[in-house]
Design a protein around this ligand. Structure first.
Ligand code: PDD
Length: 287
């Protein structure tokens, strides 16, 4: 069965799907995106993802490419046509196609929309969670609007590659004051010695992760206290647990930071219980 993508009004074979060479996403990274988890045939936290899309679009003054309800239908259709039961649905909206010019194009230019879906193996992810991930730290070198989910991800790409080149799986951006911002594509958490969850406030300087928001709900349901404050790399290395969150991996334990084991170097029970409870508490919309 061929993979199907939605591109500007048409469902087409993924292998043949293409956008124009003067798409502003291609030329200027002038666009935004969302990634939603698909689990057991449901799109997870779609409302929160579309709320964040709305915010990203309005911060960049890009119009919705279609109504919100039409976009929900397209996302569900792409998931269904690709028979994704577990995996991801990706959507990208750019300012559209126009002759290259840094300033915005004429008002008539329509935003471009691409939606794709792909399968993933929940058993492989569960196995990864049993082992945990290694992370490295890198200096923060991104612009100060990382709260907008733009496709301009070059620092994130380079950071992730740096992690991979030393056998780690994620890189954490660290401010000059030594506090941890977030991962290349994840939000960062620690569990203190007195079992409090700590994550950086999501006002400025990090992406307002949807998984992060839902994990705060999950923690409340499990009776765990969450403190939204900055923490340093040194504090993370001495924490009882560390973990990262994203739609692509839900809750994933971190077992080493720059080669230093976190606690005994094994995934912690808090991270695993949050991971376990996540699906039941998150919003689910049948694809
Ligand atoms: N990335 N921080 C950054 C920089 C991210 O790119 C992401 C998600 C997150 C976590 O956000 P959420 O919980 O909404 O997925 C935090 C997506 C998954 C990606 O680029 O693939």
């Amino acid at each position: 069965m061929p993979r199907i993508a939605y591109v500007n009004g048409r469902y087409i074979r993924h292998a043949q799907a293409a956008v124009h060479i003067e798409d502003r996403g291609y030329q200027f990274a002038d666009g935004v995106y969302e990634v939603c988890e698909v689990a057991r045939g449901y799109i997870v936290d779609m409302t929160r993802h579309l709320d964040r899309l709305n915010r990203s679009l309005s911060e960049l003054q890009i119009a919705w490419p279609m109504t919100r309800s039409a976009l929900q239908l397209v996302m569900r259709e792409v998931v269904r046509r690709n028979r994704v039961i577990n995996g991801l649905v990706y959507l990208q909206v750019t300012r559209g196609v126009a002759p290259r010019d840094h300033a915005f194009p004429a008002p008539g230019v329509k935003p471009a929309l691409v939606v794709t879906a792909k399968r993933s193996d929940p058993a492989a992810a569960a196995k990864k969670a049993e082992t945990g991930l290694a992370v490295i730290t890198v200096p923060e070198n991104r612009w100060d609007r990382v709260d907008i989910k733009t496709v301009g991800l070059l620092p994130n790409v380079l950071a992730r590659q740096q992690a991979r080149s030393v056998g780690a799986q994620e890189a954490w951006f660290v401010d000059p004051d030594g506090t941890v911002k977030e991962g290349a594509s994840t939000n960062v958490w620690i569990v203190t010695r007195d079992s409090r969850l700590v994550t950086r406030p999501a006002d400025h300087g990090i992406l307002r992760g949807i998984t992060r928001a839902t994990v705060i709900d999950v923690a409340a349901k499990l009776g765990l206290e969450v403190e939204e404050r900055a923490f340093s790399v040194a504090e993370a290395k001495q924490a009882r647990e560390a973990f990262i969150t994203a739609a692509t991996m839900v809750v994933m334990p971190v077992v080493t930071i720059d080669g230093t084991p976190v606690a005994n170097g094994h995934p912690g029970s808090v991270a695993l219980s949050l991971r376990h409870a996540f699906f039941d508490i998150a919003e689910k919309i049948k694809a």
